[in-house]
Structures are given as structure tokens and as C-alpha cells.
Write a protein that binds this ligand. Structure first.
Ligand code: B1M
Length: 210
């Protein structure tokens, strides 16, 4: 029997090959895909998230763990989709207009996927109308914005306003990035702020009501 803890441990070590092998073996033993996802992959990624918040691991370890997670997800996703397993929530993610920094944004996306969210990544230099379009497509979702430049932070205000103007009331907004603060998030009327990628998962879960 494949032990979900071994799967979680392999993911934490960033051992993609073992993660893939264990996921395949667990499926062959008829373990439910949802259990493999939640007790193996998501459990492992949440340990990495906690360690990242406490500075016990750094960006490279998170990236390697996320790559291992991706290996497992590739196998599970079609099975979960067929079984109609709903994601924890949907996120429309992007770096705001005028801003090309994507390392932090990608990390946030990986951690959110690791937390069970379905992520529509719009990339960098994303105009407010693109966020609105993504949110309309996704329905009940979280619009997650990253900004690394003080000069592009005001774009976040533009997105919050554009969503309101377009009547996209189902979408919540989450902001982050090095110059962004809770105070700024409050000032622009964003629903949430997170200082790092692991906290972004916690905030997103709160916003999704999970
Ligand atoms: Co740029 N850059 N850069 N840069 N760059 C900074 C941000 C800067 C602080 C450097 C400096 O001057 N000390 C400075 C900004 C100053 C300011 O406005 N306050 C700066 C500048 C000025 C510029 C240019 C204008 C330089 C120029 O051309 N004159 C230019 C702008 C281009 C543009 O965007 N239009 C520019 C360009 C670039 C590169 C292209 C060379 C490259 C980006 C490559 C890429 O992303 N693909 C780059 C880089 C790498 C940096 C630094 C060195 C590193 C950024 C990074 O990736 N950090 C950066 C200096 C620094 O931070 N030391 C700098 C690692 C990453 C994991 O952290 O993105 O902060 P970070 O993400 C964190 C959190 O912020 C948070 O979670 C992540 C991890 O936990 N987070 C979120 C991020 N998004 C979130 C969203 C959330 C929640 C949390 O919810 C949705």
C-alpha cells in the first residue's frame, strides 16, 4: 500500500520521479485521486508553505517542490476532472499592466495550485480589462494581482474599479508584491493582501470561504 505520508515527503524533497511513481502506484492500488491529491500532494505542499513562511526553506526549494507537485498533478488532473471533483476555488492571476516581474507571481500561482486552486494565469503586463475578462469567464473567483514596482501599484486600483464598473460582483480581489502593503490594499478596497506566496494561499482560502 502506498503511504500518503511517503508521497508528501517525496514532494517536500522535490523528488519529482518518486512523486510520479507513487501517484501511479497509488492509483494502481485503486486509491481515490482526491485522497492522493489532498493527503499526499496538497499536504506536502502545505508543509513547504509553512516552512517558507518561517524562512526554513527558500525560493529554490519551493520551486523544486512545485515541480514535483506538477508531476503528480499531471497524472491526477484528468481523473479528477472526469470524476467532477471541484477545485478549492478559481483564481485569475496576473502581474499588473506595465510590470514584467513574474517570479513572485509564478510562485504564488504554484502555491495556489498546490493548495488545490484552479489558476488561470494571464501572465505579466495585464491590463485591467484582461482581468475583468478572465473574471467574467471564471465566475465565482479571486482576481489575484502582483506588482513589483511602486509605479505599477496604482494599476491595482484600476482593476478593482474596472471589476466594479463591469458589475463583476462575484469576484474577490487579492493583492501582493514587494511594495504592496495591507494599508495599500485597504486604501484601494481590495478584499485581501498577502505578503508572500504561502500566505496568499491562506488568504485565498479565506476569500473562497474554505
Ligand atoms: Co526589477 N525591480 N526592474 N527586474 N527587480 C525590482 C523590483 C527593484 C526593487 C530593484 C531595485 O531597484 N532595488 C526595483 C523596483 C523599485 C520600486 O519600484 N520600488 C526594480 C526596477 C526599478 C526595475 C526596472 C524599472 C529596471 C529598469 O529597467 N530601470 C525594470 C522594470 C521592468 C518592468 O517591469 N516594466 C525591472 C526589470 C527587471 C528584470 C526584467 C531584469 C527582472 C525581472 C525578471 C522576471 O521577473 N522574470 C527584475 C528583477 C529580477 C528584480 C529583483 C532583483 C527581484 C524580483 C524578484 O523576482 N524577487 C527586484 C529586487 C528585489 O526584490 N531584490 C527588482 C523574488 C520574488 C520571489 O519575490 O516578486 O517580491 P517577489 O514575490 C514575493 C512577494 O512579493 C509575494 O510573494 C513572493 C514570494 O513569496 N508576492 C505576492 C508577489 N506577488 C504576489 C501576489 C500576491 C501575494 C503575494 O497575491 C496576489
Amino acid at each position: 500500500m502506498v503511504d500518503m505520508n511517503s508521497l508528501s515527503q517525496a514532494l517536500q524533497k522535490g523528488d519529482r520521479n518518486t512523486v510520479v511513481e507513487l501517484v501511479k502506484a497509488a492509483l494502481a492500488e485503486k486509491a481515490p485521486a482526491k485522497k492522493i491529491l489532498e493527503e499526499g500532494l496538497i499536504a506536502g505542499m502545505s508543509v513547504i508553505g509553512d516552512k517558507f513562511k518561517k524562512n526554513e526553506v527558500y525560493v529554490p526549494e519551493v520551486l523544486i517542490a512545485a515541480r514535483a507537485m506538477h508531476g503528480g498533478l499531471e497524472i491526477l488532473e484528468p481523473i479528477l476532472a472526469k470524476a467532477g471533483v471541484e477545485p478549492v476555488g478559481r483564481v485569475v492571476l496576473g502581474t499588473v499592466k506595465g510590470d514584467l516581474h513574474d517570479i513572485g507571481k509564478n510562485l504564488v500561482g504554484m502555491m495556489l495550485r498546490g493548495g488545490g486552486f484552479q489558476v488561470l494565469d494571464l501572465g505579466t503586463d495585464v491590463a485591467p480589462e484582461k482581468f475583468v475578462e478572465g473574471a467574467k469567464k471564471s465566475g465565482k473567483c479571486i482576481v489575484a494581482m502582483s506588482a513589483l514596482l511602486t509605479t505599477t501599484m496604482p494599476q491595482m486600483t484600476g482593476v478593482v474599479k474596472a471589476l466594479k464598473a463591469a458589475g463583476v460582483t462575484e469576484a474577490k480581489t487579492l493583492v501582493g508584491g514587494a511594495p504592496v502593503t495591507q494599508k495599500f490594499a485597504d486604501e484601494i478596497g481590495a478584499d485581501g493582501y498577502a505578503p508572500d506566496a504561502a500566505s496568499a494561499v491562506d488568504r485565498a482560502k479565506e476569500l473562497a470561504g474554505k
